[in-house]
Structure formats: C-alpha cells, structure tokens
Design a binder for this molecule. Structure first.
Ligand SMILES: [Fe+2]
Length: 191
C-alpha cells in the first residue's frame, strides 16, 4: 500500500475515532407501515459519561442563552411512552464539555403521557480534529425494559451543519423574551 494511501487511511481513522464515528448507533429500521417514523440515530461521540443524575434544568449556574425544548416520547404507533428517560449531554455556550459534577449532563424524565421538557443553555460549537461541529445536543432516549436510542439534535440556521446531520434532526427555533424555544418528538421502537 502506498504511503500516501496509508496516510489518508490513518487520518480517517484518527478523525473518525475522535468524533465517535465508529460508535454509530444501531441502525434505525424504518417501516412505511409505522404511523410515526422512528427518530434517526446519530453517533454517541467520545464525551458521554454514564450515570448522570435526574434533573429538572441543566446549566442554571452558567451564562448563556436559555433554551427550552419540549415534546413527547412516542413509539412507532404514535403511542406515548410513559416515563421515558432522556439522557442529555452537551457543551456550554463556549463549546466546552464538562467532565465533573455532571454540569450540562442529566436525565430528564417524561411524564405519564410521554411529555418532556428540557431546559438548558444553548450549546456552543467546538472544533475537533480541524472540523467545526455545529451546535448540538446529544441524547440517549430509553424507557423501562427498552434499550436506549442514541442521537443528536441540531438547529436550523447553523452554518456548520456537517455530515453527521440528518434533516429530521434539525430543530426549528422560536425566541421570546431572550429564551429560545423548540419542539421535538422522539420516536423509538417498542416491540
Ligand atoms: Fe458533541
């Protein structure tokens, strides 16, 4: 194998490893008969920490614009999934992850109708291996007796949307009194 080819392969592996491209979640098997299309997956990336506590709000102690994302967790029949769990982690407004005290990391619990509300700070961007990642929020959605589904949420109008982004994962934004608002329904498969 030529040196140049080896170099290119090494670069791809390095960048892929850093971005977590090889931690791509289990593929979502869409079925046209599903009343609600399953939420598409996205890589976990390298910065997840298991064991985050349940929280009502994230990042209250930090500066940055508040964002409130609300919606429902549903299954493929559009039935609500009661007490689904949304495990969230993301950067602060400057693009920094926190690795102590579970700052900007937490589990949000949906209610008996699958309704959830995530209140946090709008994430910043960060450069990784020379690539600028768009603003995003990582999530793992699960429910009792169900394995978790991993994806990322992005935001409309971001000039750095990269090759991980899927159109269905781009959230529309509203703004009122300095707070951003968005809505998103997670749809995960239940047997
Ligand atoms: Fe990330």
């Amino acid at each position: 194998m030529k040196k140049k080819t080896i170099g290119i392969l090494a670069s791809i592996i390095m960048i892929g490893g850093v971005l977590g491209i090889f931690v791509w979640p289990n593929p979502v098997i869409q079925n046209p008969s599903f009343a609600c299309a399953l939420t598409e997956g996205n890589p976990q990336g390298p910065y997840y920490i298991a064991g985050a506590p349940y929280k009502e709000k994230l990042g209250e102690e930090l500066e940055g614009q508040k964002i409130i994302i609300s919606g429902q967790v549903l299954n493929q029949n559009c039935d609500p999934i009661p007490e689904a769990i949304i495990d969230v982690w993301h950067t602060d407004s400057n693009g920094n992850y926190y690795f102590q005290d579970f700052t900007l990391r937490g589990k949000i619990k949906a209610d008996e109708n699958g309704q959830y509300k995530l209140e946090t700070r709008f994430p910043g961007k960060y450069s990784e291996a020379g690539l600028m990642r768009p603003a995003h929020i990582h999530v793992k959605v699960s429910a009792p007796n169900l394995s978790s589904h991993t994806t990322q949420l992005y935001f409309e109008g971001d000039e750095h949307l990269d090759f991980f982004v899927k159109p269905s994962l781009i959230l529309k934004l509203d703004e009122k009194n300095g707070t951003k608002y968005s809505e998103f329904d997670f749809v995960i498969f239940t047997p």
